[in-house]
Design a protein around this ligand. Sequence first.
Ligand code: GLU
Length: 462
Amino acid sequence: MVVTRFAPSPTGYLHIGGLRTALFSYLWAKKNNGKFFLRIEDTDKARNSVEAAEAILKAFEWLGLEHHGEIVYQSSRDSIYAQYIKQLLDEGKAYYCYMSKEELTELRETQMANKQRTMYNGKYRDFSGETPEGVEPVVRIKAPQTGAITVKDGVKGDVVFQAKDILDDFVIARADGSPTYNFVVAVDDALMGVNEVIRGDDHLSNTPKQIVVYEALGFEIPKFYHVPMIHNQEGKKLSKRDGATDVMAYKEMGYTPEALLNFLVRLGWSYGDQEIFSMAEMVELFNPKDINKSASIYSTDKLDWLNAHYIKNTPNSKLAELLSAYGLILTSHDKKEILLDALKDRAKTLKEMAYLVNEIIQTPASYDEKAVKKAFKSDSIEILNTFGAKISACEELHLPTDYHAVMEAVVNEMEIGFGKIGQPLRIALLGKLSGPGLDTVMAIIGKNETMLRIANAITAHR
Ligand code: GLU
């Protein structure tokens, strides 16, 4: 069974890169009917925040990413880690190191002066003498001193690390007994049965150390997939300026979960030249072996394009529900269908859509001066008056075509072009010259509101 996990450190909000590895791990487990666990790596007490952990869960909920079973919090597993540290000490695979801070600093400085790699020198590795007084020891693991450690990586191929270049007997428990990062990650992944680790390639350099832990404890080493970073358009590491870093900010900006997930799956993974993937397709088609070897490029235009696609294809009832998160309550609007149909292919985000809807359903409070200058001619008031009177006299006005017929009647009667009525009417109805078809707008706001807006415009521009 494939068991994956997402293991964020709750030191900040969940960002796009983290979410992408979560999605990859989720899809791969789901595709294989396996398990996808969520583990909160909250051992760094100084940098953790409860809010950040909650924000991660909120983001998962918004995106519909379900994890298997209980969330594992590292902060509640100290006794488990202590047990494995003891085991390694008992088996002679780890040892207490009494080197003082001063001694370590001195060692480092000498190594630096000699242009050597800074590393622990193994002083207490096989120590049998008298241990110094007054030093709380740390626990170090006996790492291989020669040979190579090969990370068999599903994305990068075999990555070989020479023990002498990268490993020393690294600390697995600090002087206060607290376990260190690479130790707990390996212990947890092993105990949780995680056998496929998909994570950012900034963790590749940690992997040989984790392999040392796996091997010392006799645990099976999982398959690793280290995913290349996401870059901005300039080819640099993604920064806050390139887009929101907090996943929930995407919700605020009006992106749909479907668009964001689709966007993310294509950042670093491809399936031919297909761009649109439903969740079901992602689950069916995703395979970590197809993760790209090079960094992927973040493009806001692409995200907008996908979002527009999903908005356009969302059924109106669902769309109305989604828009309520942006302060737009349409439940009782009797022309909801026409309204949403008119706007769903005009908006890149839900927020923009809510704005466009409001522009239609709210009586204009002012008029775009430039547009008025351009559109209001000497005969405009007369034309609007004629149109208003005809609308007022009509009993059955419901559909856009009903309103269109009235416009046509005025055009014919007054022997004018459509623009002559269209432009001032547009100003009257919307306060500006852009927006959807006027017949649609009138059908949405209804006869009385249409008359009111025409009267307002006449008063304002007489
Ligand atoms: N906690 C690590 C992070 O948030 C991830 C560890 C891992 O995936 O192995 O970067």
